[in-house]
Design a protein around this ligand. Structure first.
Ligand SMILES: NC(=O)C1=CN([C@@H]2O[C@H](COP(=O)(O)OP(=O)(O)OC[C@H]3O[C@@H](n4cnc5c(N)ncnc54)[C@H](OP(=O)(O)O)[C@@H]3O)[C@@H](O)[C@H]2O)C=CC1
Ligand SMILES: Cc1cn([C@H]2C[C@H](O)[C@@H](COP(=O)(O)OP(=O)(O)O[C@H]3O[C@@H](C)C(=O)[C@@H](O)[C@H]3O)O2)c(=O)[nH]c1=O
Ligand SMILES: [Mg+2]
Length: 308
């Protein structure tokens, strides 16, 4: 048997495979076992019957839940749908996983915090979401933690990559359409590359499978399970991120005009949802437990830009 692979014939059920993180996971998880990624018609996260039926039909050893309701501003006016997908679906997944003895990997967000203070948040720090999205994600974390399923929750932040809907691609598009970009400079955090997160997740599953060989999956997960912060290393602001991206693109695409990037305060950029001003996550638990250090956001930014 290969190190860290799933036992023969066992499957990983991946939700959200068309998303940023799910798209990367569908590539990296294949190296570890058979991946089944039902589309959102087959497995609608807003519909608990379809979740139960799909899980019972597939009988996975792992459920990797990268599907979510991620429209932060829209969630303010659609709280029911946000909670259905980000909280109720996660509760259902936990119940079904427990019935099968499957492990669950779930993703959460820096937006579970209120953003007070200037220090990076640890896993044990008090939560206090200031948006519907953040509150719905926190409810999902709680539902899974209280379930009897073995689980791991990776709280990440500011996810981006070469594909999908994200801040980097929005900014690069706007930078070619406008004269100036005004970007908030008083929200602090770290951009996280979707591929780095997928690679980390895959390594963690491999580590658990190696441990499971001696003591079984349940015990391996009860040793390793719980919440881990997993955001890019280093820190910046949305303004710092946009500035670095535009500067690098200017060098890469000489001759193309890019907008000037101007720093503004959050109050000058009104949005339906409130965002935390401190989104910094302390990821040392991930490093200590799994030996994984997330890439510095500046290094991953260069890699992502080279793929565009
Ligand atoms: N994006 C970010 O900046 C951050 C994300 N996270 C968390 O990381 C995880 C992955 O996020 P990310 O990859 O960026 O998200 P995306 O928005 O890129 O992808 C979300 C995925 O969920 C799917 N989905 C949405 N609604 C349903 C539904 N009703 N039924 C089935 N599938 C559905 C989407 O399908 P479709 O393509 O069909 O819409 C898509 O595949 C999430 O848990 C998110 O909360 C945490 C911190 C930051
Ligand atoms: C486009 C734009 C945004 N902004 C601000 C708004 C906001 O405060 C910040 C980032 O904008 P976004 O809409 O990309 O941010 P947002 O959708 O809130 O991003 C969040 O998504 C969810 C899913 C998460 O879990 C979080 O970690 C975080 O990544 O930049 C500007 O200041 N100027 C601009 O021109
Ligand atoms: Mg957004």
């Amino acid at each position: 048997m290969m190190v860290g692979k799933l036992p023969l014939g066992e499957k990983i059920l991946l939700t959200g495979a068309t998303g940023q993180v799910g798209g990367e996971l569908s590539k990296t998880l294949k190296l570890v076992g058979d991946v089944v990624a039902p589309d959102r018609v087959t497995m609608d996260l807003a519909n608990s019957d379809s979740i139960r039926e799909t899980i019972r039909a597939i009988r996975p050893r792992w459920i990797v839940n990268s599907g979510a309701y991620t429209a932060v501003d829209k969630a303010e006016s659609e709280p029911q749908l946000a909670y259905a997908i980000n909280a109720e679906a996660v509760k259902t997944i936990g119940e079904e996983a427990h019935a099968l003895g499957a492990g669950v990997i779930h993703f959460s967000t820096d937006y579970v915090f209120d953003g007070s203070g200037n220090e990076p948040y640890s896993e044990t720090d008090a939560v206090g979401p200031v948006s519907v999205y953040g509150a719905s994600k926190l409810a999902g974390e709680k539902a899974l933690s209280e379930s009897d399923a073995g689980n791991m929750i990776f709280r990440t932040s500011w996810v981006y990559g070469a594909k999908g809907k994200n801040f980097l691609l929005t900014i690069l598009k706007l930078a070619q359409e406008r004269e100036t970009l005004k970007i908030v400079a008083d929200q602090h955090g770290a951009p996280t590359w979707s591929r780095d997160l997928a690679r980390m997740t895959t390594q963690v599953i491999q580590d658990c499978e190696t441990a499971a060989r001696d003591k079984g999956l349940k015990a391996a997960l009860s040793d390793a399970g719980g919440i881990y912060h997993a955001a890019g290393s280093g820190e910046t602001t949305w303004f710092g991120f946009a500035t670095e991206a535009v500067q690098l693109q200017r060098k890469r695409e000489a001759g193309v005009r890019f907008a000037a990037v101007e720093a503004i305060q959050t109050a000058q950029y009104p949005t339906p949802a409130k965002r935390p001003s401190n989104s910094r996550l302390n990821c040392s638990k991930l490093t200590e437990r799994f030996g994984w250090t997330m890439m510095d956001w500046r290094d991953s930014l260069r890699e992502v830009l080279s793929e565009l």
